[in-house]
Design a binder for this molecule. Structure first.
Ligand SMILES: Cc1cc2nc3c(=O)[nH]c(=O)nc-3n(C[C@H](O)[C@H](O)[C@H](O)COP(=O)(O)OP(=O)(O)OC[C@H]3O[C@@H](n4cnc5c(N)ncnc54)[C@H](O)[C@@H]3O)c2cc1C
Length: 327
């Protein structure tokens, strides 16, 4: 492992970027993380309003890999994640079925972004910093952000922890062959509805995978551990429907999707909002784990390189950091 402290920039403070940052900083490197959003967590996020909150991105995460299972234990020990045990069913297709309650599903607690907050403790994270150009001059990477222009210091190493399409755009400002790889992975959109009710929705389930129509998932978000406030449901459109309506307005998406939600639950919300994710998940993740180019001192990580979920993103970031440390 390298012993010389290097200046390392990480673009993206989602779970992949933060996992990489943690390992590299703990190994003695000088890490700075940049994110265009106002907070950390990326797609691990929660929308908050007066008296309500809802996870409009990732719904839950599971742990299959022992390394991620150990990390998840750390998160639960710190109170940043908790087991969620919804009454889970599948709807549509050949009727209604109760799904295997043995699968352990976890959520960030009290909000989805809590694990990201935990990972970012002690890291230097610059929010509202949209990196829009990378240039390598005299062996150092120069970064430019939309909000602050050219950053004052150069970096030995740059790691991109963004969705594939956004990594492809940024890599397009370099000569790196990694641009073609990022460009080759297609990410899919997702429309997510956040629905608020003045009384509990009277159905005998808390979450459902839906196999018919425009919705693919719905969940009683306020049932998740640590949540407070009014009864809130999330309903997500399928990738196919979302892609077909990706340019719709939020009002149009709500008008088309709400009748389906009401059809399944018999309930009509008092208040509604909708969020469009242009890059929610990957149709076919590249499954390379991560990619590190020691010659360029440039690497990429994220869910699109490792299975397309929270667990994959964390493992990808960690793996990239270890490859950086290895040379
Ligand atoms: C609606 C939805 C439902 C999902 N459901 C699940 C689920 O149930 N279970 C599950 O495991 N996974 C789920 N996922 C996927 C999961 O959220 C992701 O796999 C995981 O969070 C990806 O982490 P990441 O760090 O790779 O990317 P992200 O979380 O996307 O982080 C990338 C970060 O890069 C930042 N960024 C991008 N471009 C720039 C730039 N130019 N400059 C600076 N910053 C930039 C972004 O702001 C973002 O914070 C869901 C995702 C969505 C959207």
């Amino acid at each position: 492992m390298s012993t010389t402290a290097r200046a390392i920039a990480i673009v993206g403070a989602g779970i992949a970027g933060l996992a990489a940052g943690r390992v590299l900083q703990d190994a003695g490197h000088r890490v700075q993380v940049f994110d265009k959003s106002r907070s950390t967590g990326g797609r691990l996020c929660t929308r908050r309003g007066e008296g309500w909150q809802a996870d409009h991105g990732a719904q839950y995460f599971t742990a299959r890999h022992p390394l991620f299972a150990a990390e998840l234990q750390r998160w639960t020990d710190a109170g940043a994640a908790a087991l969620w045990q919804p009454r889970l069913i599948s709807l549509g297709g050949d009727g209604q079925h109760t799904l295997n309650p043995a699968v352990q599903r976890y959520v960030g607690a009290p909000r989805m972004g809590a694990p990201a907050k935990l990972l970012s403790m002690g890291l230097t994270v610059h929010t509202q910093s949209t990196i829009n150009c990378l240039q390598r001059l005299n062996g150092l990477w120069q970064l430019q952000s939309a909000e602050h222009g050219l950053l004052p210091t150069g970096f030995d190493t740059v790691l991109l922890a963004q969705p594939a399409a956004q990594a492809a755009t940024l890599l397009g400002t370099t000569q790196s062959p990694l641009a073609a790889l990022a460009d080759s992975v297609k990410m899919r959109g997702c429309w997510a509805l956040m629905l608020r009710f003045s009384a509990p929705v009277a159905v005998d389930f808390d979450a459902a995978f839906i196999n018919k129509g425009a919705l693919g998932w719905m969940a009683r978000d306020s049932h998740k551990p640590g949540r407070s406030g009014q009864e809130t449901w999330i309903a997500q459109a399928t990738p196919a429907w979302s892609e077909a309506h990706i340019e719709a307005t939020a009002d149009e998406a709500l008008a088309l999707l709400l009748p389906e939600f009401s059809g399944w639950t018999g309930a009509a919300p008092d208040q509604t909002s909708a969020h469009r994710w242009r890059y929610a998940d990957c149709e076919q993740p590249a499954n390379l784990g991560c990619v590190w180019s020691a010659d360029e001192q440039l690497g990429v990580c994220g869910d699109w390189l490792n299975g397309g979920r929270v667990e994959g993103a964390w493992l990808s970031g960690r793996q990239l950091a270890l490859e950086v440390l290895g040379g």
